[in-house]
Design a protein around this ligand. Structure first.
Ligand SMILES: [Fe+2]
Length: 356
């Protein structure tokens, strides 16, 4: 949510009277309520009594306590943005301040209010993302903890559990959540095309909606990194099918759901991961899911790259039909996309997800 809509509280620390008044005017004009403390130590005390959403810390004064206070502050309140203010003569302190954990630097005197507003907005948005990530990670950790005792769920409980897991995933990573929804729609259509029973279709849909749940364990910087991943980052990403299937198994999900999750990155010729399985060693629903996943991934926009288009996606599965991808799955997918107005185009248009 844009910070202007939340009317944040901002604490200014160590500013001279003119600077404090300017900040109050500029930020107040955007709806922020601004409190001021003349020294950094006084600001730290005030914050402990009454936290604010962000702190603007002036490093320009000769008062060396400011950096000491900054060090203490970021250890005590790592989720609260601290934006450093510094005159050009104090840029060395500002650089040290960034090393100590300051989030951004704005130069004094403030010649362009836009830079101040932008720095604060970016910091507030980053803080919000960190909060959401921590919340999702805590829920994920409690799910794993709760998973010590395997249970035997019926279909209704499994559906509820799947929705709960998908909701947690959506909180942490809405792009992957939407991707999983669209993959599930396409996988279900492919499954229907190849003649799966209702029960098999149900299992395929649940597995598809959760197939990337293991990505909850991937740091967001890697998950959304544009460009190439290094080998360490690739190892982290490639662990996600195993992490996800282990999590679901420990929660009591049956094999017909965990196995497609585990095997959805396996390829027919054995070049996939995590096990390098080939041919019919890969379970059927995993082979169907893989095709839906490849087509949806290539056809949709991702946070780290634009869409490659569904034509290229269908070209990829056609080219590798029987080589990387299951023949029946490819034929079924092409059939789904060949029906005018059928699921294919709707998958392409749907960007809002909506599984859970
Ligand atoms: Fe996927």
């Amino acid at each position: 949510m844009p910070w202007e809509k939340r009317f944040p509280t901002v604490l200014t620390a160590g500013c001279d009277d003119d600077t404090a008044a300017t900040l109050k005017t500029l930020l107040g004009a955007r709806g922020a309520s601004v409190l001021s403390e003349q020294t950094a130590p006084a600001a730290l005390q005030a914050f402990r009594r009454r936290p604010s959403d962000a702190v603007l810390l002036d490093l320009s004064s000769p008062d060396e306590d400011a950096l000491v206070v900054l060090h203490t502050f970021v250890r005590e309140f790592p989720a609260t943005p601290v934006i450093l203010l510094a005159h050009p003569s104090a840029m060395t302190q500002a650089a040290t301040g960034i090393d100590l954990g300051g989030w951004d630097v704005v130069q004094l005197p403030i010649a362009t209010p836009l830079l101040l507003h932008t720095a604060l907005r970016n910091a507030m948005e980053k803080a919000e993302t960190l909060r959401e990530n921590r919340c999702a990670e805590a829920q994920f950790a409690s799910l794993k903890e709760d998973a010590e005792t395997p249970r035997n769920f019926g279909p209704v409980e499994l559906e509820r559990l799947a929705n709960a897991i998908a909701t947690i995933g959506k909180l942490r990573d809405p792009y992957t959540a939407e991707h999983q929804c669209r993959v599930a729609q396409l996988a279900e259509a492919i499954g229907r095309q190849v003649g799966l029973t209702d029960q098999e279709l149900w299992g395929l849909r649940i597995a598809s909606e959760l197939h990337d749940v293991g990505k909850l364990s991937i740091p967001i910087e890697i998950l959304c990194k544009p460009g190439k991943l290094n080998s360490l980052e690739l190892d982290v990403v490639r662990a996600h099918p195993k992490v996800g299937s282990d999590l679901l198994a420990s929660l009591g999900m049956p094999d017909h759901i965990t196995q497609p999750v585990l095997q959805h990155q396996e390829l027919l010729d054995g070049s996939g991961y995590p096990e390098g399985l080939s041919g019919s060693d890969i379970c059927r629903n995993a082979r169907l899911l893989t095709v839906a996943d490849v087509v949806e991934s290539m056809g949709s926009h991702r946070p780290y790259r634009p869409s490659k288009g569904f034509d290229r996606a269908l070209g990829e599965i056609t080219r590798n039909r029987g080589i990387l991808y299951d023949v029946d799955a490819v034929d079924a997918c092409l059939a789904v996309f060949s029906v005018p107005g059928h699921l294919g185009p709707s998958v392409a248009r749907n960007s809002s997800g909506g599984c859970a």
